[in-house]
Write a protein that binds this ligand. Structure first.
Ligand SMILES: Cc1ncc(C[n+]2csc(CCOP(=O)(O)OP(=O)(O)O)c2C)c(N)n1
Ligand SMILES: [Mg+2]
Length: 569
């Protein structure tokens, strides 16, 4: 049957089981929107800025494992997607972005709202397409979804000229994809797995570093089995948080610039690193030449380009984390490592890292802790970037798989609100808390309107320190306390909430925190709490830039904790 390009796109989206799309329309993409409006099985969410559409699609994808979809018109609409696409690219999140383009005869003429978006997004997409023939449209959509979700997931952009939406072609949705240059390896090489097992069975101080790849592949049980059978302590990267239950006796928290002291010390002392689905990002490794100086390294990753990129690897295994771990576990002997684990426990006792000091004022760490207590850990946490992000990573206790959603690779302020919106759309039955910075929140604040319009019960905690806090911390520690351009004059966020049509509360004192969080939870709709926290609180531990993981700085005396976050074994 003949269909228009716009119908072909919609029919293809239906075949891909797309239920929700985030976007904003405009001239070039209007033919698609006109048709999309007749497809009741696809819910279109009108965001207020295209960056919000991309982050929402990204959040949706991370929370559901499905491909998130966003739409934008040509020129400024497409350009506004760029930050969100880059964010999805760096965190391996599967999204498909569809952009309108000026009609074919206008391409290359600097036409109104013409922008070479495929050129712009080459380095930040897994693949992109400019569709010049309506006859190839179905095939392109099929490939785009396949590429986005398979192998190492990532964003794919499809740019479609206005007249291609109007042209007609026969619609046949391909049942298969065959891309000769793209065949992701899922099974690890048996000889490499054997080598890895031998090493694991031999060494004395093994350490697992779990990254986002474990969350993506859903290798929770396999990771647990490996850790428990061989008695190997587990640390995670920021995006690896919630890939292994943090209450598990073998869990030693996050490594990196603001990682747990004992986790970083463990990396420094280990004789074997088993890195799973992580890419040795510099925020995780700190000074890379001093990373794990005594360890041999097994690196399991689905992307061969990651092997040996930053860190020398002894046993590379290219494959899907779940598939590789299943095979590996068959060759793992029951182990003990009593001295090694005792060493880590001693370090944890000596350097607790996550205790919160007693303080008259409202501490941001305390706020996160109280959100954890009130939700009993049964929430999905979506963070901003900066101090709020690090406190959310350190002071909430993630036992549920894939329960922390955060911008790791790009570190995009403004991710929090639209991403939380996408998470709530994808997981409507879950409690979703958006932990926002007062700076980052203002970068995408307009999505409050979308949240209200869509009746999404996102709970928002603004960690309002009146600063671009993480940068202020660097100015304090490394730039002689010259707070240039970091203090923020903020609007009244409670009034902002009210203006947008949601309930809001301000919390200035410790005693008010729990009742406010409880009220937010009791409210059926969205709710915003403006937590006026201690303005100059710093994130510790901290590995100063350029230093090695083990050269971490712990909280200075005034910040020494007196209130244990959890009992240490
Ligand atoms: C879009 C963007 N611009 C600038 C930065 C640099 N940066 C990193 S953290 C930070 C401060 C964030 O302030 P806020 O959102 O209030 O969070 P806080 O650190 O105070 O918790 C800035 C400016 C960034 N990460 N992203
Ligand atoms: Mg701030």
């Amino acid at each position: 049957m003949k269909m228009t390009g716009a119908q072909i796109v919609c029919e293809s989206l239906v075949r891909e089981e797309v239920e929700v799309i985030f976007g904003i329309l405009g001239g070039s993409i209007l033919p698609l929107y006109d048709t999309l409006g007749t497809y009741r099985q696809i819910h279109h969410i009108l965001v207020r800025h295209e960056q919000g559409a991309a982050h929402a699609a990204d959040g949706y994808a991370r929370a559901t494992g499905k491909v998130g979809v966003c739409l934008a018109t040509s020129g400024p609409g497409a350009a506004n997607l760029v930050t969100g696409i880059a964010n999805a690219y760096l965190d391996s999140s599967p999204i498909v972005a569809i952009t309108g383009q000026v009609a074919r005869p206008f391409i290359g003429k600097d036409a109104f709202q013409e922008l070479d978006i495929t050129g712009i997004t080459i380095p930040i997409t897994k693949h992109n397409y400019l569709v010049l023939d309506v006859g190839s449209l179905a095939q392109v959509v099929k490939e785009a979804f396949y590429i986005a979700r398979t192998g190492r997931p990532g964003p794919v952009l499809i740019d479609i000229p206005r007249d291609v939406f109007i042209d007609q072609a026969e619609f046949n949705y391909p049942s298969q994809v065959d891309l000769p240059g793209y065949k992701p390896t899922l099974q690890g090489h048996p000889a490499q797995i054997k080598k890895a097992a031998k090493l694991i069975n031999e060494v004395e101080r093994p350490l697992i570093i779990a990254g986002r790849g474990v969350n993506i592949s859903g290798a929770y049980d396999e990771l647990k089995q490996l850790a428990e059978t061989a008695q190997i302590p587990v640390v995670t990267t920021l995006l690896g948080i919630s890939s292994f239950p943090e209450s598990h006796v073998l869990s030693y928290g996050m490594i990196g610039m603001h990682g747990m002291a004992y986790a970083n010390m463990a990396v420094d002392a280990a004789d074997l690193i088993i890195a799973i689905g992580m890419r040795f990002d510099d925020r995780a490794t700190a000074k890379v030449s001093a990373f794990a100086p005594h360890a041999r390294v097994i690196h399991i990753d689905i992307d061969p380009a990651e092997i040996g990129k930053n860190v020398r690897v002894d046993v590379p295994i290219v494959g899907d984390a779940k598939v590789v771990l299943k095979a590996l576990n068959k060759q793992i002997l029951a182990g003990k490592h009593i001295d090694w684990i005792k060493q880590l426990d001693d370090w944890r006792r000596q350097h607790p890292s996550t205790e919160i000091r007693d303080c008259e004022g409202l501490l941001p760490q305390f706020v996160i802790r109280k959100i954890y207590e009130v939700t009993q850990g049964d929430a999905l946490i979506v963070t901003g970037v900066g101090q709020n992000q690090m406190w959310a990573a350190q002071h909430y206790w993630y036992d549920r798989p894939n329960s922390l959603i955060s911008s790791g690779g790009l570190g995009t302020m403004g991710f929090e609100l639209p991403a939380a919106m996408g998470v709530k759309v994808g997981r409507p039955d879950d409690t979703v808390w958006c932990v926002a910075g007062d700076g980052g929140f203002q970068m995408t604040i307009q999505e409050l309107a979308t949240i209200v319009q869509e009746k999404l019960a996102v709970k928002i905690a603004i960690i309002n320190n009146g600063y671009l806090g993480m940068v202020r911390q660097w100015q304090e520690l490394f730039y002689g306390k010259r707070y240039f351009a970091t203090p923020l004059l903020n609007p009244d966020f409670v009034k902002v909430a009210e203006a947008y049509g949601l309930r809001g509360l301000r919390v200035t004192r410790k005693e008010e925190a729990v009742p406010a969080i409880q009220q937010a939870m009791a409210e059926a709709g969205p709710f915003l709490i403006d937590f006026m926290v201690e303005p100059e609180e710093n994130v510790y531990p901290m590995v100063p830039p350029g230093a090695a993981l083990a050269q971490l700085v712990e909280a200075p005396k005034k910040e020494v904790a007196t209130w244990p976050r959890r009992s240490t074994p």
